[in-house]
Write a protein that binds this ligand. Structure first.
Ligand code: HEC
Ligand code: HEC
Ligand code: HEC
Ligand code: HEC
Length: 451
C-alpha cells in the first residue's frame, strides 16, 4: 500500500520528464541534436532517380546557401567575429546555419569548416533537409523552428508515391507557406523582424486566394518527379528562383510616367508623375534580405540636342523619408565592430544618383545607424517598400532649364534593382556580380519645348 502511494506521488514528476524526452526539438534547442550521417547526400537523391530536380536545385541558391561568396564573407568576416565580441549576438554563430546549412547546425558543427574545405556543411539546404521536415514548433514559423525527423521516410505532397530507395509519406505541411516561413521569417536577437517574407504574404492578397510560395517559386508542370516514375499532371519544379534570377526580377513592377502638360517653355515649372504597380510578387518588393536590397527610381530628361537632365523626386514628408532619397551620406558604421576598426566612419549608404527615390526598409543598429548586419538590428525605420498589388505614386517637379533645346524632350523613368549596395561590395571585396544592376522596368513620355 505504502509503496503504491509512493509511486502515485511520483507520477507528477515522472510524467513531464517522459513527455520531455519525446518532445521534438526545433530552433535553437535542436543544435547538436543530430549527426551529419543522419542525412542523405543530395547526390544520392540526384544521381539516378531525381536527376532533373537535382540539376534545378544545383542551379538555385538553395544548394549554395552556405558556399556562395557573399554568404561566406558575411558569415566569416562579420557574423562570427561579431558573435565572439558581443554577448548579445553570440547565438548567431550557430544560428545563421540553422537556415543556411541546417545539417551543420543540427550536427552542432559551430562554426563549420570554410567552404573551401569541402565539408558536408557545403550541402546547404539539401533535399533531405526539406524532405524530412515534419512540422514546426510554436505559433509562428521563424528562426529555423522546423522539426527535422531524418530517416527512411521522405515526406512529400503525394499519397502513395512508391520509391525503391526510401519510404514516402504524404505531408500536408510541405504544401504550406509556414514550411517556407521557418527559414523565410527571422527575428534578430533584439526581437525585431528582420526577414518577414511569409508574414508579408500572409497579410497580403495572395494568401486569401490560396496562391502560395510554391505556386510562384516551384510552379507545377506536366512531367515526372523521378526518372522511372509515372507521368503526372502537376510536378512541383525545384526552381526556387528569386533575387539571383534577373528574369524573375524583371517586370515585377510596372512603371508608367506622364507629364502635367505637353508643351513647355524654358523656365516653366512642370510635374512628371510616375505610377508603380507591383504586379508580380506575393510579398513586398524587395523582401527577404531587405537590409541589403536596393530598388531605386531614376528619372532623366533628354532634349532635342541630346543634353541630359536629372530630375529629383518630390519629398512627401513621411517619417524617416530621408532614408528613401538617395544621398551622399555614410552608414553601416557597425561593421567596424567585427572588423576591429576603431571609430569606423562607415561607407556610402546608397551609391546611386542623389535625389533618386529608394524603396526600402531601413534596419537600424542599437545606436540608430543604418546596418546591413541584420542580426544587429535593434529597430526598423518606416517601411517604404512596394506591397503585393500595391500602387505607389511618385512625382518629380522640375523647372525646364533655360538652355533646354527646342523640340521634343523625352523623360524616362527607370526602376533599378541591386542585391547589395556598390559601396559595400567594394569595401568588403565581394565579387561585383552581387552589385549588378537589373532593370526592373522603364517607361518614357515626351513633351515639346517651345522656342
Ligand atoms: C505571386 C507570386 C509570388 C508568391 C505567391 C511568392 N513570391 Fe517570392 N517572389 C516573386 C517574385 C516575382 C520575386 C522576384 C522579385 C523580388 O525579389 O521580390 C520573388 C522573390 C522572392 C525572394 C527573393 C527576394 C529578394 O529580394 O532577395 C524570396 C526569398 C521569395 N520570393 C520567397 C517567397 C516565399 C517564402 C513566399 C511565400 C511566403 C513567396 N516568395 C511567395 C513572386 C512570388
Ligand atoms: C527548400 C526545400 C526543398 C528542397 C531543398 C528540395 N525540395 Fe523537393 N519539394 C519541396 C516541396 C515544398 C515540395 C512539394 C511542393 C508542392 O507540392 O507544392 C517538394 C516536392 C518534391 C517531390 C515530389 C514532386 C511531385 O510533384 O511529385 C520530389 C520527388 C522532390 N521534392 C525531390 C527533391 C529532391 C531530389 C531534392 C534535391 C535535389 C529536393 N526535392 C529538394 C521542397 C524542397
Ligand atoms: C531550411 C531552410 C529553408 C527552407 C525550409 C526554405 N528556404 Fe528558401 N532559402 C533558404 C536560404 C538559406 C536561402 C538563401 C540562399 C542564399 O542566397 O544564401 C533561401 C533562398 C530562397 C529564395 C531566393 C533565391 C535567390 O535567387 O536569391 C527563394 C525564392 C526561396 N528560398 C524560396 C523558398 C520556398 C518557396 C520555400 C518553401 C517551399 C523555401 N524557400 C523554404 C532557406 C530555406
Ligand atoms: C531564419 C533563417 C535565417 C537565418 C537565421 C539567417 N539567414 Fe541568411 N538568409 C535566409 C534567407 C531565407 C535568405 C534569402 C532571402 C532573400 O533571398 O532575400 C538569406 C539571405 C542571406 C544573405 C544574402 C545572400 C545573397 O546572395 O544575397 C546573406 C549574406 C545571409 N543570408 C547571411 C546570413 C548570416 C551571416 C546569418 C547569421 C547572422 C544569417 N544569414 C541568418 C535565412 C536566414
Amino acid at each position: 500500500m505504502k509503496r503504491r502511494l509512493m509511486l502515485l506521488t511520483l507520477i507528477p514528476f515522472l510524467l513531464p520528464t517522459l513527455l520531455l524526452g519525446q518532445e521534438k526539438k526545433a530552433g535553437d534547442e535542436a543544435l547538436g541534436s543530430r549527426k551529419y550521417a543522419d542525412y542523405e547526400k543530395p547526390e544520392v537523391c540526384g544521381t539516378s532517380c531525381h536527376t532533373d530536380f537535382y540539376q534545378q536545385w544545383k542551379q538555385a541558391m538553395m544548394s549554395q546557401a552556405y558556399t556562395h561568396h557573399w554568404d561566406e564573407i558575411e558569415y566569416f568576416k562579420l557574423a562570427v567575429p561579431h558573435a565572439e565580441k558581443d554577448p548579445k549576438v553570440a547565438g548567431v554563430k550557430a544560428g545563421c546555419n540553422g537556415c543556411h546549412s541546417p545539417i551543420a547546425f543540427l550536427a552542432g558543427d559551430v562554426p563549420p569548416p570554410k567552404p573551401e574545405a569541402g565539408s558536408r556543411a557545403n550541402e546547404s539546404v539539401s533535399c533531405d533537409v526539406c524532405h524530412t521536415i515534419t512540422g514546426f514548433k510554436g505559433d509562428t514559423p521563424y528562426n529555423f523552428n522546423y522539426i527535422s525527423e531524418p530517416g527512411r521516410v521522405k515526406y512529400g505532397q503525394r499519397e502513395g508515391a512508391i520509391s525503391p530507395a526510401h519510404e514516402t509519406r504524404k505531408s500536408e505541411f510541405i504544401r504550406t507557406t509556414e514550411f517556407c516561413g521557418t527559414c523565410h521569417n527571422e527575428k534578430s536577437p533584439y526581437d525585431v523582424w528582420v526577414k518577414s517574407t511569409q508574414l508579408e504574404w500572409k497579410e497580403g492578397p495572395y494568401s486569401k486566394e490560396g496562391v502560395t510560395c510554391q505556386t510562384c517559386h516551384m510552379t507545377y508542370a506536366k512531367g515526372r518527379n523521378a526518372s522511372m516514375g509515372p507521368e503526372l499532371a502537376d510536378v512541383a519544379q525545384h526552381l526556387f528562383h528569386g533575387a539571383h534570377d534577373p528574369g524573375k526580377i524583371r517586370g515585377t513592377i510596372e512603371v508608367r510616367i506622364h507629364p502635367d502638360i505637353r508643351e513647355v517653355e524654358p523656365g516653366d515649372r512642370t510635374r512628371f508623375t510616375v505610377v508603380l504597380f507591383n504586379q508580380k510578387t506575393g510579398h513586398k518588393f524587395p523582401t527577404g534580405s531587405a537590409e541589403e536590397r536596393l530598388v531605386w527610381l531614376h528619372v532623366e530628361a533628354t532634349d532635342a540636342k541630346g543634353n541630359v537632365y536629372h530630375l529629383k523626386v518630390d519629398k512627401k514628408g513621411f517619417p524617416d523619408e530621408e532614408y528613401t532619397i538617395a544621398a551622399n551620406t555614410l552608414a553601416y558604421q557597425d561593421m567596424g565592430i567585427p572588423l576591429g576598426i576603431v571609430d569606423f566612419k562607415g561607407v556610402q549608404r546608397d551609391g546611386v544618383p542623389e535625389g533618386d527615390r529608394i524603396f526600402r526598409l531601413p534596419y537600424l543598429d542599437p545606436q540608430g545607424r543604418m546596418t546591413i548586419m541584420q542580426w544587429n538590428t535593434a529597430s526598423l525605420a518606416t517601411d517604404y517598400r512596394i506591397g503585393p498589388r500595391e500602387t505607389k505614386i511618385e512625382t518629380f517637379t522640375w523647372t525646364v532649364p533655360d538652355e533646354a533645346a527646342p523640340g521634343p524632350l523625352v523623360v524616362k523613368a527607370t526602376l533599378n534593382y541591386r542585391k547589395l549596395p556598390m559601396p559595400i561590395v567594394e569595401f568588403l571585396g565581394v565579387p561585383e556580380e552581387e552589385a549588378e544592376i537589373i532593370e526592373v522596368n522603364s517607361h518614357q513620355t515626351t513633351v515639346t519645348v517651345l522656342d
